[in-house]
Each structure stands twice: as C-alpha cells, then as structure tokens.
Design a protein around this ligand. Structure first.
Ligand SMILES: CCCCCC/C=C/C(=O)SCCNC(=O)CCNC(=O)[C@H](O)C(C)(C)COP(=O)(O)OP(=O)(O)OC[C@H]1O[C@@H](n2cnc3c(N)ncnc32)[C@H](O)[C@@H]1OP(=O)(O)O
Length: 405
C-alpha cells in the first residue's frame, strides 16, 4: 500500500499526478476518450490525437483524485507525463539504491521514442480509464465508457459466480492480436470489479493459444520505433493486469500453449491442463526474449535449470512434465478435462469470496513490486529485440511457411 505522501512525492517531481483530500469528489471529466483498445489502430490514431487542452484537463483531473490509484498507475502517469512534455528519457539512471528514482526512470525509459502526441493521448486515455464511468468534456464517442471487450476474439461470460475469459480465434490457434491484448486487459479490469469469486482463462478449439500473433508487427502503420514503443507499453499493461489481479485466477489449458500464453501462467493461482496440452516458449528461435515475468517466475517455480531449458533453449514440455515442474497444478485426461475441471471450479467458487481474495493477497502481495519491475525490464529488452535482424528474419520465415515451430 502506498501512502499519500509517496503519491505527493511524484507530484513534486512533476509527475503530473496529484493527490486530493479524502473529501474531494472524484471528478475526472476528461477530454479524450477512454477507448484504450483503439489507441494504436492506424485508422483511429489520427482521429484521436488529444489536444493540449485535453491533456491539461487530464492533468488537472488527476490532481483531484480522491483515492491513491496505486503505485503502478502513478508510475505510468509519471512516465507518460514526462514523455508527453519532455520527450524520451534524457536523464542519467539513478543510483542503485534509489529504488523509487529507478522505478520512475525505468517507467519513462520503457516508453522509448514514443512520440509526444501519442504519450499525450495515452495519458488522457489512461486517466480516463482510471474512472471510465465519468464523462469527458470533449471527444465523447459511443465507446467512451467501454469496460468490456468489443471484439469477438475475446469472449467474456459468467457462470456460477465465475467469470470466464475465452480466447476465441480457433482458426488462428487463438493467436493474440494487438486488439486482443487490449481487450484482455479490459476484461481483467472488469472482472476484478464484478461480483464473481473466481476468474477463469481458457481457449476455444484445439489450442489454448499459439501466443503472440506474429502479424502484429506487419499490419500497423507509423515508424518502427513508434510501433515497438507502443507495443511494449501495451504488453506491459497486459502483464500488469495479471500481476494486479485481485481474485483467484485459474487457467484451463485445453490444448497447446505457446509463448506469452505460457509465460503468464506463472502469474495464475491455479493451472489445470488437458493431457493434450503442451507448453512451448520458442523465444530464442524467434530472436526474442522472455516476457510475462517468466524470467523471474519460472526459475522460482521450477528452478533455474528447467527454466533455462524452456525459456532459453525453447524445449517444449508436456502437461505432465509441466505439472511435475510446478507450472501446472493438475492434469486431466482430455475427454474428461472440461467436466472434471469445472466440477472443481464450481466447488471452489462457493468458498467465501473475501477470504479467497485476502488469501491471494497474502500469497502474492509481497512479490508485486518485484514483478512490476521485472515486467518493465522484460518489455524494455523486448522492444530492442523486435528491431533485431534475428527477430525480423524469424517472423518472415514463419509467414513464408518455412518455419513452423
Ligand atoms: C503487443 C506485442 C506483444 C508481444 C509479446 C511477446 C510474445 C511472444 C510470443 O508469444 S512468442 C510465440 C509466438 N508464437 C509462435 O511463434 C507460434 C507460431 N505458430 C506456429 O508455429 C504454428 O502455427 C502452430 C505450431 C502454433 C500450429 O501449427 P499447425 O497446427 O500446423 O497450424 P497452422 O500453422 O496451419 O495454423 C493455423 C493458422 O493459424 C495461423 N497462426 C497460428 N499461430 C499463429 C501466430 N502465433 N501468429 C499468427 N498466425 C498464427 C497460421 O498462420 C495459420 O493461418 P492460415 O490458415 O495459414 O491463414
């Protein structure tokens, strides 16, 4: 928990964040729209550039915040504010024991060469997403208050006090598009506030997910640097939403899982797998590096040697091996997987929700700061890797159909 004085600390240093008194009313009447998921689509980018006034409005509204939005949100606001007003980080890295200074520097640096206008828009959108139910002073659109995914590729349903988030792109093995990262982030935010007791993640079809959609970098406009900076930010928000998820989060791994669909499993509270599931993180062969906090969670879960085999050498493991290594909680025969896993979940969902939430907090909250720092660093490194010849060649090879995993 962060104190109001820490919050003010950021303000004094020009974070564009301020803390009001407890008696002030939330009044985020922002310019700009809260449609985070449309930030980066090329068609909407031109239509959604926040004006100086929108930005000033957002900065002002942040000063009226009644509640501390949390350290993570404050760091994001700080970084986006600095990027929007000063451009890319241009100050030396703080000394090793200046933890807060380093966290702020990391957050700002992770934005890379994100253009000032994009940072301004992202700032406006992010402030809006802190309180999406309040209206904006301009730029209002039908989706301005959207809190659930619009796309059919991510489906959110509710069953027996359980919120289910299903990856629904079976023809593409549930590969995760740019839009889906944003939709999943929104879905998790909504699920954290709904009245469900447990949240479940699963895939439709014979795959759980083939990970990042490898066309994510080929169908967008703008400079490469800008695209990679935006992607790193989107990825960081996506992973943050798993780190911060307050209720029990369970994965039903119905089939093979690849890349980021595997790594974030280290942030789940239980992982039930069909015996047809496999777990594969072919990062090195794609010229990239681990994400989803796996560089930290995997060595903790399975020990450094097994983690290296998966994350550096790209060894694909079976569900039973993943279970023996502690990544998977339990494996079920494929033909009874749904029935058995759902019987388990339905029973668990009847537990008192507050006790489960507080229990999760006890288990997870102490490592949270570290996880956020790991996430920031992984995204920073990835942003560089995406520009590498190794990565560009690997993606070209996949689409020329020479290079299946
Ligand atoms: C905002 C950016 C954040 C980035 C985060 C960093 C994340 C990193 C990762 O997740 S790394 C892992 C990336 N994933 C892969 O490398 C998997 C690539 N896919 C494959 O190797 C194979 O498709 C397969 C082994 C998963 C399945 O093989 P197979 O059973 O033979 O099916 P097909 O290959 O014919 O696939 C059917 C159809 O789906 C398309 N597809 C499958 N996976 C992906 C993918 N990850 N990205 C894009 N498209 C994918 C495939 O091209 C086929 O399409 P088609 O029918 O030909 O149009």
């Amino acid at each position: 928990m962060h104190t109001h004085s820490q919050f003010r600390w950021l303000v004094r240093r020009g974070a564009g964040v301020a803390c009001g008194t407890r008696h002030q009313i939330w009044a985020i009447a922002l310019g700009g729209r809260s449609l985070v998921s449309k930030w980066f689509s090329s068609s909407s980018r031109t239509a959604m550039v926040a004006s100086e006034k929108d930005f000033e409005n957002a900065v002002h509204q942040v000063k009226l915040l009644k509640e501390d939005p949390g350290n993570d949100a404050k760091l994001k606001l700080y970084a986006l504010y600095k990027q929007a007003t000063e451009g890319p980080c241009n100050v030396p890295k703080p000394r090793v024991f200046d933890f807060l200074g380093r966290a702020k520097w990391d957050a700002w640096t992770a934005l890379g060469s994100l253009p000032k206008e994009t940072a301004r828009q992202n700032y406006v959108d992010f402030v809006s997403s802190l309180r999406p139910s309040l209206t904006s002073s301009s730029g209002e659109g039908p989706a301005a208050h959207r809190s659930l995914p619009e796309s059919e590729d991510v489906v959110v349903t509710s069953k027996d006090s359980i919120t289910v988030i299903t990856l629904n792109r079976p023809a593409k093995k549930n590969a995760i598009t740019y839009q889906m990262y944003q939709d999943i982030t929104l879905a998790l935010k909504a699920a954290s506030k709904d009245n469900s007791t447990i949240t479940v993640f699963t895939g439709n079809g014979n795959y759980y997910s083939s990970g990042n959609d490898l066309s994510n970098f080929s169908n967008r406009s703008g400079s490469l640097q800008q695209m990679y900076a935006e992607s790193a930010l989107t990825l960081r928000n996506f992973v943050d939403s798993f780190i911060d998820f307050p209720k029990p989060l369970v994965a039903l791994v119905n089939g093979p899982a690849v890349g980021i669909a595997v790594t974030v499993l280290g942030l789940f509270d239980a992982v039930y797998a069909s015996d047809r599931a496999t777990f594969h993180t072919p990062f090195s062969s794609l010229g990239i590096t681990p994400e989803g906090c796996s560089s930290y969670t995997f060595p903790k879960i399975m020990g450094p040697a097994k983690a290296a085999e998966m994350l550096i050498f790209g060894k694909k493991i079976t569900a039973r091996e993943a279970c023996a290594q502690g990544l998977v909680t339990e494996v079920f025969p494929h033909n009874t997987f749904q029935k058995e896993a759902w019987a388990r979940l339905t029973a668990y969902a009847k537990n008192p929700p507050k006790a489960m939430r507080i229990g999760k907090q006890l288990l997870r909250s102490f490592g949270k700061e570290t996880l956020h720092a790991v996430n920031a660093e992984e995204c920073r490194v990835l942003q560089e890797r995406w520009l590498s010849e190794e990565c560009v060649n690997a993606i070209q090879t996949f689409f020329s159909k020479k290079g299946k995993l």
